[in-house]
Design a protein around this ligand. Structure first.
Ligand code: KG4
Ligand code: ZN
Length: 341
C-alpha cells in the first residue's frame, strides 16, 4: 500500500487565520480563528488583520496538528494561500509556511485562494458528491463573484464576473445600511428567514449575460431606506425581517438567473457553488430545487468549507502534490491573482 500523504494547509488571506491537516483527500482537522476585532469598524481593517494573524498562526497550527493526532514530523508537504487577498495578511501565512517547510525539509506548495474555494468540492467525506468535469462553479465571496467553467482541477475559464462589487460586499454593505455589524451577510440570512421576500421590490441590474453588477442595487437600497426613515424613524426596526428577506431574494434571483444563462450557453448541467456566500440558506435551497425543476445536478459545499478555511487550501495542495507541482522557497505572496493563474 502507498504511504499516506499528510498535508498541512495554511490560510491567511483576509481576516480568518486557519490551519488544516488532511490525509490524502480526507480532512483530519480544520481550525479557524475568526478575528472579532473588525466587527466594530464595519469592515476588515488590513493593519489589524495582519497583526491578529501574527498572534493566531502558531496556536492555530498547533491545534490543527493536535486535532489531527499527528506530529509535524509526519507531514508530507505544506500548502499555503499565495493570493489573492490582503498583502499584510498573506505575508504572515506565506512566511510561516516557508519557514516550516524549510525547517522540516519538506515540499512547499502555493495555492490560489479562488481555485481552492472551487476545489473544496474534492474533499472526500461520507456522502460527499464530487463533481465530474466539466462543471460550472458559481464562486461567491466577499471579494469575488464569478461563473467559472472547470474543465480540470487546474484548467478553469471565467465565463462571467462582477463589473463592480462582489456579492458578499452587496450583503455586507446592505447590512451596514441597516445598522448591522460586519460581516452582515449571515445576519441578513438570519432575519430573512422571518420576513416576506416580496415586501419591497428592488431593481435588478442590467449587465451582460453572465456578468454581475451589485453597486446599483446597494445604492437603490440606500436611497430606499433613507427615504423610508425620513417618513418613519423606526422603519428599519419595524421592518428588518422584510427588508432583509427582500434584499436576499433580489440577490439570489440575480445569481440564479445568471446560472440559468450559463447552463443555456454551455449545455453543462453540473452546477457547483463555492465561497463564503454559498453558506447562504436561500441560495442553497434554490440550488437544491433546481435539481427537480431544471434537471441540474448541484454541488453544495458543507458549511465549514464555504467561508474561508484551510481545508480547501490543503485539498488543493494535495491535488498539486499528486502532480509534483511544488513551489520554490523564493515564491512571494500576490495580492491580485486570477482564478486562472
Ligand atoms: O469566502 P469568504 O469567507 O471570504 C472571502 O474570500 O471573501 O466570504 C465572506 C463573505 C462575506 O461577505 C460574508 O458576509 C458572506 O461571505 N457570507 C454570507 C453568509 N455567510 C457568509 N452571505 C450571505 N449569507 C450567509 N449565510
Ligand atoms: Zn474566500
Amino acid at each position: 500500500m502507498e504511504k499516506p500523504v499528510y498535508i498541512l494547509g495554511i490560510e491567511s488571506s483576509c481576516d480568518d487565520t486557519s490551519a488544516s491537516v488532511i490525509c490524502n483527500a480526507k480532512v483530519l482537522s480544520n481550525v479557524v480563528a475568526n478575528q472579532e476585532i473588525h466587527s466594530k469598524y464595519g469592515g476588515v481593517v488590513p493593519e489589524l488583520a495582519s497583526r491578529a494573524h501574527q498572534q493566531n498562526i502558531v496556536p492555530v497550527v498547533q491545534q490543527a496538528l493536535e486535532q489531527a493526532k499527528i506530529s509535524k514530523k509526519d507531514l508530507t508537504a505544506i500548502a499555503f494561500t499565495r493570493g489573492p487577498g490582503l498583502m499584510g495578511s498573506l505575508l504572515v501565512g506565506t512566511s510561516f509556511a516557508k519557514s516550516l517547510a524549510l525547517g522540516l525539509q519538506i515540499p512547499l506548495i502555493d495555492v490560489n485562494h479562488m481555485q481552492a474555494h472551487i476545489l473544496s468540492h474534492f474533499i472526500e467525506e461520507e456522502n460527499s458528491k464530487i463533481p465530474p468535469f466539466p462543471f460550472i462553479c458559481l464562486t461567491i465571496s466577499g471579494g469575488h463573484t464569478q461563473i467559472v467553467k472547470v474543465t480540470n482541477h487546474f484548467e478553469m475559464e471565467i465565463l462571467g464576473e462582477t463589473i463592480d462589487d462582489a456579492v458578499g460586499e452587496a450583503f455586507d454593505k446592505s447590512a451596514k445600511i441597516l445598522g448591522l455589524p460586519y460581516p452582515g451577510g449571515p445576519l441578513i440570512d438570519k432575519y430573512a428567514k422571518l420576513g416576506n421576500p416580496k415586501a419591497f421590490p428592488f431593481t435588478k441590474p442590467k449587465v451582460g449575460d453572465l456578468d454581475f453588477s451589485f453597486s446599483g442595487l446597494k445604492t437603490g437600497i440606500l436611497y430606499f431606506v433613507q427615504k423610508q426613515v425620513k417618513l418613519n424613524p423606526n422603519f428599519i426596526e419595524e421592518n428588518l425581517n422584510d427588508i432583509c428577506a427582500s434584499i436576499q431574494y433580489t440577490i439570489v434571483e440575480i445569481l440564479m438567473n445568471k446560472l440559468k444563462n450559463a447552463v443555456k450557453q454551455t449545455g453543462i448541467k453540473h452546477i457547483a457553488i463555492a465561497g463564503g456566500v454559498s453558506a447562504n440558506s436561500e441560495i442553497r435551497e434554490r440550488l437544491k430545487l433546481a435539481e427537480k425543476h431544471f434537471g441540474w445536478t448541484t454541488y453544495i459545499p458543507k458549511f465549514e468549507y464555504t467561508t474561508d478555511n484551510a481545508a480547501m487550501i490543503a485539498i488543493t495542495g494535495y491535488l498539486k502534490f499528486l502532480n509534483n507541482n511544488y513551489s520554490d522557497v523564493s515564491i512571494t505572496a500576490k495580492a491580485r491573482l486570477k482564478v486562472t493563474e
